[in-house]
Design a protein around this ligand. Structure first.
Ligand code: BZD
Length: 824
């Protein structure tokens, strides 16, 4: 690193901003205001804002390099970032200046905001969590870097045709990508395939048997850097995403042989690695390309950290003093044998020495409880793609199983259960076991989840190493999900308690007394209602969906999965519809509600797609019914993403968190809603448990089986049809679906959904149905009293400060990383 003085930031004023913006528009975008398209002006604006953060970025990077503090590398196959412009404006304290500067040129900041295409580089909670965490790390001045993949196509764009999901490619890079900086000069070579060779190093007594990898093919990884600005603290961390390119050998091939077509084919092959994000959630499909992606980004990242970020000549025996690699689920776990390979093969470490270092460098976060979601790789595939890594995994396993036998005796069943290698139904590497064996710490993402990991999913490991297991409850960034998404609430809160809450969310506690202030509650309701208005306008503009204003806004947004139980919610809607239409409920006595769904289904997940169709078809019928539509409205905007969440969450009255207890690891949407003053209707699952404990039972609508109850029923044999037979309300709702009420009389359309519920119902929708309806009745009664409801809503805000991702980061720092913020 040089001592070259940094160019200073542009002047922090309206005039300074205008100057910089016009310069960008003219010199970089190559156009003039009069002829600039919206995209031109958006790009010029983004680059202008970027300039204000540039000096801080360079300073932060230089400080990390010079001071070599212990850092955190967050390895994640997904970073679901959301739009960048607003967050950058906020971090640089430029919101007002930019709005004024643009207005002085006859431009509207709001219009330019809409021009940004969000990078959809994640599926759902896991990817969004990674984005919240890097925001918090930057805001807390923690030396940290995010490592991931720059997918050319992010999560698919969802459209509905006749209510059914269709997927379209997400060309997020098409209009230019002003937030990234490519660094081809720092490209890294990544090897795949080939075979290993044994050789002897040294002679006589000193001779050691070693193995070397002779790869079959290689690709290049090009880093793209993204700024991760801290909130007004002068820090900008880095997110480094890797993109695959063909090696230069291919260029040579063109030159030598003129075999142009072959060279292009090779090029395409290499670049396929980072072409597309796998649109999966919880059910890995064992795609070869996916393993290539995982190894690719992890190999690039380790090389980058070791070769670029450590000083030359650094003694790798002390690597753990400089870094903790946090493994975001099992996707990056191949980093464990990769580090072993680097240390043993490239740096000549003895095996034990290398293992000592490796074991201290990794920590593992598990995000699931569903056994089928635990990633395994067939040995055949792993051995073909990464033969040296497979050898290393086998040796790690041999030594680990020796330890198991030493501790527990020759219990072969136990040994087989714990082995990193599964034998059935085919020989495969269990990535969660590998991660658990290698990691210094293994954490779940909410108290209940961590408990279940210890007691069930990884119980044998917890017996062996009780101290390895810990909990860090998830959190969300208050910058994006309160301060930016809910300007009305932010202003109200700041007026009441000052603005310290933005970086110290526990201070929301100071709002508690205001819950008893009728004037504050009135203003809170005013904000809610303005937020609903904003949502109504968004749905109209974006989707052409018209929804009523000023009804109870009941929201269920999350990936579509059976365990999350969107079917339970739609059965509630169907039952309300049924009882209104049949006259059992007096329509004038029903509290009007708008039910909003948002969900993408994995393209190969047939049942999830059927459920989407059912929701859309129910919506069509309900919304068109002359009586029911007076009080019920269903909206399902397609392509739910971070940008939609930012308008939807602040508008919600009721947050639906209704997974079967023991299945949702944490949830983070639940936290966003509570922080924005929605009340939760939820099961005792994931972080709902902690939300309820904090906000209090009187301000949370609990229903459903507990985890031990659900486990007991599953044990003795669950019979969903018994609930159908015994509960006439449930029977009528299911019968309506079965007889084709929502499919133009065609009974076959939703038959798979109905027979699945009656025959298997793995996630006990029918068992929880009545309890859910009763809880919804309590919701309705409570909502009739706006004073009581808004008091509870304010208390939800005041008592949810714990769910800041800043707090999660403090927990990781204290319990796992043992790193510290960088002082001035
Ligand atoms: O992770 C989610 C869990 O389901 C949530 O309960 C939890 O709150 C969040 C964050 O901890 N898991 C995912 O989002 N998982 C995936 O998206 C995923 C992606 C690829 C493969 C497997 C799972």
């Amino acid at each position: 690193m040089t001592d070259t003085p940094l160019i200073s930031s542009p002047e922090h004023s309206v005039e300074g901003f205008v100057r910089e913006f016009l310069r960008e528009l003219n010199f970089t975008q190559g156009t003039v205001l009069e002829r600039a398209s919206t995209n031109d002006t958006y790009l010029a604006l983004a680059r202008t804002v970027r300039h204000y953060l540039m000096a801080r970025w360079m300073e932060t990077t230089t400080a990390h390099y010079r001071r070599q503090p212990k850092a955190v590398a967050y390895l994640s196959a997904e970073f679901l970032l959301g739009r960048q412009l607003d967050n950058a404006l906020l971090a640089a304290d430029l919101e007002e200046i930019a709005a004024e500067a643009l207005a002085s040129l006859g431009l509207d900041l709001d219009v330019l905001r809409q021009a940004e295409v969000e990078p959809g580089l994640g599926n759902g909670g896991l990817g969004r969590l990674a984005a919240c965490f890097i925001d918090s790390l930057a805001t807390m001045s923690v030396p940290a870097i995010g490592y991931g993949i720059r997918y050319e196509y992010g999560i698919f764009r969802q459209t509905f045709v006749d209510g059914r999901q269709f997927e379209e490619p997400d060309h997020w890079l098409d209009n230019g990508s002003p937030w990234e900086f490519a660094h081809p000069e720092h490209e890294v070579t990544v090897s795949f395939g080939g075979h290993t060779e044994k050789y002897t190093e040294g002679e006589g007594e000193d001779a050691v048997e070693r193995s070397r990898w002779v790869p079959g093919w290689q690709v290049l990884g090009v880093p793209y850097n993204y700024m991760v600005p801290g909130y007004r603290n002068g820090r900008v961390n880095t997110l480094r995403l890797w993109s695959a390119r063909a090696t230069h050998a291919f260029d040579l091939k063109i030159f030598n042989y003129g075999d142009y077509a072959e060279a292009v084919r090779a090029q395409t092959f290499a670049e396929n690695i980072t072409k597309v994000l796998y649109p999966e959630d919880s059910t890995p499909q064992g795609k070869e390309l996916r393993l290539q992606q995982q190894y690719f980004f992890v190999a690039c990242s380790l090389r980058d950290f070791i070769d670029q970020l450590l000083p030359e000549g650094f003694d790798l025996h002390r690597l753990h003093e400089r870094i903790c690699f946090q493994l975001n689920d099992t996707h990056p776990v191949i980093a464990v044998p990769e580090l072993m390979r680097i240390l043993v093969d490239d740096h000549g470490f003895a095996w034990d020495e290398a293992w000592e270092v490796t074991r201290r460098c990794f920590a593992y976060t598990c995000h699931t409880l569903l056994p089928e979601a635990l990633e395994v790789w067939p040995v055949e595939l792993l051995g073909r793609l990464l033969p040296r890594h497979l050898e290393i995994i086998y040796r790690i396993n041999d030594e680990f199983l020796d330890e198991v036998r030493e501790t527990f005796g020759d219990d072969e069943l136990l040994v087989r259960r714990m082995s990193i290698i599964a034998e059935h139904p085919f020989r495969a590497v269990r990535m969660a076991h590998l991660a658990t064996v290698a990691a210094t710490k293994v954490n779940g993402v909410a108290e209940l989840h961590s408990q279940l990991l210890r007691d069930k999913v990884l119980a044998d490991f917890a017996n062996l190493w009780p101290d390895k297991f810990t909990n860090v409850t998830n959190g969300v960034t208050p910058r994006r999900f309160v301060r930016l998404a809910n300007p009305g609430l932010s202003a109200l809160v700041t007026e009441a308690i000052g603005d310290g809450w933005v970086t110290d969310l526990d201070r929301l506690r100071e709002l508690e007394p205001f819950a008893d202030d009728p004037e504050f509650r009135r203003r809170f309701r005013e904000v809610k209602s303005a937020n609903k208005q904003r949502l109504v306008e968004l749905l109209e503009r974006r989707d052409g969906i018209t929804v009523p204003t000023d009804t109870m806004l009941d929201v269920m947004v999350k990936r579509l999965h059976e365990y999350k139980r969107q079917t339970l919610k739609i059965l509630h809607v169907i039952s309300l519809y049924d009882r209104i239409v049949s006259g059992e409920l007096d329509v004038d006595q029903v509290v009007p509600r708008t039910i909003v769904f948002g969900a993408k289904a994995a393209p190969g997940y047939v049942m999830a797609k059927e459920i989407i169709a059912l929701i859309n078809h129910v919506g069509t019928v309900v919304n068109a019914h002359p009586v029911a539509s007076r009080v019920l409205h269903v909206a399902f905007p397609a392509n739910y993403d971070v940008t939609v969440a930012e308008t939807l969450v602040p508008a919600a009255d009721l947050s639906e968190q209704i997974s079967l207890a023991g299945k949702e690891a944490s949830g983070t949407g639940n936290m966003k809603f509570a922080l924005n003053g929605a009340l939760t209707i939820g099961t005792d699952d994931g972080a709902n448990v902690e939300i309820r404990q904090l906000v209090g039972d009187d301000h949370f609508f609990l229903f459903g089986l507990t985890e031990p109850e659900a486990a007991a029923i599953a044990e003795t044999g669950y019979r969903p049809s018994a609930y159908y037979e015994e509960n006439p309300t449930l029977r009528r709702a299911l019968d309506l679906v079965a007889k084709g009420e929502f499919s133009g009389g065609d009974r076959s359309v939703f038959e798979p959904v109905v027979s699945n519920l009656l025959g298997e119902d793995r996630f006990m929708v029918l068992a929880d149905f009545q309890s859910y309806l009763d809880a919804q009745d309590r919701v309705e009664a409570y909502y009739r009293d706006p004073e009581a409801w808004s008091r509870s809503a304010v208390l939800n805000v005041a008592r949810s400060g714990f769910f800041s991702s800043d707090r999660s980061m403090r927990d990781y720092l204290d319990r796992i990383w043992h790193a510290e913020p960088l002082g001035d």
